[in-house]
Design a protein around this ligand. Structure first.
Ligand code: ATP
Ligand code: MG
Length: 589
């Protein structure tokens, strides 16, 4: 194995002890996970919003806090399960009164504000399909996604409507209603959500949705190309619930904070649904990322379980351990990360600065829920994504010349045992598996072979069954006969004390095929210099040998997707002077 665990983590005791990982896997069934939920009382159907809200909104527990919302000015608003039940009922009635029928698509273009939670859950109650968008999208990406999904309703703010929708609305014949939230002048052709909610009835009988009815439409991050619309069904809630238990260690008395943008699948599966299905308290912060603010939220809200992303952790790390020591993080007991590779360096830093390791986990928009995770209460291997959760069967498939799984007359070959490397594949059958790409059946069909779902990611497995991310099949660099995963190179550079974040690409090279180039942003207190460049190149050569980068540029402003991933394809196209491609999900600062 090329990767050795850097630390044997003894510091996972804050996580619950779920017992033996192997036993949990043996004993788990999706049927049993399903029985932990109640299903719709009368119709025996299944509805995500019922499991998230109404199930807890009776008797004593109706008074428990569902949502603790911190606005930009640090005012905290608390919404109980009972109140959330009523608000979402009102929203469902608003849709009903507007003539929206089951299966129609309701889009949200909102930041983290209470109306987001009310709209998403209210739409699900009404049997509609929710499509959350990044509020930072420009007019064209919003219009394009509304067109693809034939959005019938859009919930947004007056400012976002004026800046992004009003000029494109004429080209959106399906968009029948726009609901506006919050202060701002009235706009023609829109309805004020507050007024509509005030006039709507607070009682509602939840639509008799069946487990296989469409519920969510999520667009992928667009890291590798233009975004795809993945369709999920109500049955997904079974996986949201179970994976939050096994992958995030979530329990009913937890105060849970998920920093993912609401326009990304994580912002729904774990930023809204999963914690509520457990009856936990969800913390939502409207503020922008800022290291001090985040530490403050963690300490003042007494957050117990925190779900975030590598880029955020790297930004915290950039400021060192000292800021963390100034805050009381004693309530925090579990930290998890998703979205892109989590460098071992970050896991080790967290152990020191936060007093616990970060539990990396892996999944995709398509999988709807966590698939592979460092298991609570067991050893965390820095740099590894962990092991398949109970109920999930993963495998590594032999790759062909194009870097993807080799499919020969419909058959694939699984790489057996330890030290295997190949395209990461999953056996379909878990409830939150996507049921299609909208208007792209061919692409959906091409994602399966020989009974496997092909993820497009390359991974390796060690002797104990931990999976290690190598790269996306289309990111992997072929240099002088070596296959180079950008992540491996990036992580090696991150071990240097001056380095905060790295993006690595392959550039065509007449001799080597491709040569490795690294773009490096520095930690505070370090300045770019020729000397530092030489030092970093030598540093990575010592660690990586032949696969070390040959070129290195300093870049203080690495391009990220809105979901927080380094956009390597953009680094590459800029470097090579190629067209920049679809930039709708690029985070603009
Ligand atoms: P697109 O499919 O549009 O190119 P995307 O793949 O980034 O974008 P998402 O569904 O948001 O869209 O992200 C899933 C991908 O993110 C995974 O396939 C993987 O490449 C990466 N990823 C997620 N979690 C991890 C992780 N823990 N370690 C490494 N990579 C991860
Ligand atoms: Mg993808």
């Amino acid at each position: 194995m090329r990767w050795e665990p850097i630390v044997k983590s003894e510091n996972t005791r804050k996580a619950s002890n779920l017992g033996d990982y192997e036993r949990a896997r043996r004993e788990f069934t999706w049927e049993q996970a399903r029985s932990a939920l109640s299903g719709l009382p009368r119709t025996r159907g299944l509805n995500i919003a019922y499991e998230a809200v109404d199930r807890h909104a009776f008797g004593e527990s109706a008074r428990a806090c569902a949502l603790r919302w911190i606005d930009k000015h640090d005012e905290v608003t608390r919404i109980s399960y009972g109140e959330l039940r009523e608000l979402t009922n009102r929203f469902a009635n608003v849709l009903h009164d507007l003539g929206i029928t089951g299966g129609e698509r309701v889009y949200t273009l909102l930041g983290r504000i209470p109306a987001l939670y009310v709209s998403v859950l209210g739409t699900l109650k009404a049997g509609g399909v929710v499509a959350p968008l990044f509020s930072a999208f420009g007019p064209e990406p919003v219009a394009e996604r509304l067109r693809i999904g034939e959005g019938a309703v859009l919930v947004t703010t007056p400012r976002l409507y004026r800046n992004k929708i009003s000029q494109v609305r004429a080209g959106l014949p399906h968009l029948r209603h726009v609901l506006l939230v919050g202060e701002g002048e009235a706009q023609p052709g829109t309805v004020r959500l507050e007024d509509a909610l005030a006039h709507a009835s607070p009682t509602y009988e939840i639509a008799a949705t069946a487990p296989e009815d469409a519920a969510l439409l999520h667009f992928t991050s667009g890291t590798t190309g233009s975004p795809k619309g993945a369709v999920h069904v109500h049955d997904a809630v079974v996986a949201h619930h179970a994976t939050a238990y096994y992958g995030l260690d979530l329990r009913p008395d937890d105060v849970f904070w998920c920093t993912a943008d609401p326009g990304w699948v994580t912002g729904t599966s774990y930023g809204i649904v999963a914690p509520l299905t457990h009856g936990a308290t969800l913390v939502s912060d409207e503020g922008e990322f800022d290291a001090r603010r985040w530490y403050r939220v963690l300490s003042e809200q007494r957050v117990t379980v925190w779900y975030t992303a590598p880029t955020a952790l790297r930004m915290l790390m950039r400021h060192g351990s000292e800021p963390a020591s100034r805050y009381d993080l004693s309530a925090l007991r579990y930290v998890a990360s998703v979205g892109e590779p989590l460098n071992p360096e970050v896991v080790v830093w967290a152990q020191d600065a936060l007093g616990m390791p970060v539990h990396d986990n892996w999944w995709q928009t398509e999988t709807g829920a966590i698939m592979i995770s460092n298991f609570p209460g067991e050893e965390v291997r820095p740099g590894s994504m962990g092991r398949p959760l109970p109920g999930i069967e993963a495998g590594l498939l032999e790759r062909g010349d194009d870097g993807r799984a080799r499919v020969d007359q419909g058959r694939v070959r699984e790489m057996p045992g330890a030290d295997a490397e190949g395209e990461l594949a999953l056996r379909p059958g878990w409830p939150s598996m996507f049921r299609g790409y909208l208007h792209d059946d061919a692409r959906y069909a091409a994602s399966f072979a020989d009974g496997w779902y092909l993820t497009g990611d390359i991974a390796a497995r060690d002797a104990d069954g931990y999976y290690w991310f190598v790269g996306r099949a289309d990111d992997v660099i072929k240099s002088a006969g070596h296959l180079v995963g950008p992540f491996e190179v990036e992580s090696a550079l991150m071990e240097h004390p001056a380095v905060a974040e790295v993006g690595v690409i392959g550039k065509p090279d007449p001799v080597a095929g491709e040569r490795v180039k690294a773009f490096v942003s520095l930690r505070s207190g370090h300045q770019p210099s020729e000397e530092l460049r030489g030092e970093l190149l030598a540093f990575s050569r010592r660690r990586l040998g032949a696969v070390a980068p040959k070129e290195l540029a300093f870049d203080d402003d690495l391009p990220h997707t809105r979901s927080g991933k380094v956009m390597r394809r953009l680094l590459r196209s800029r470097e090579l002077g190629l067209p920049e491609g679809d930039l709708s999900t690029l985070e603009r600062t």
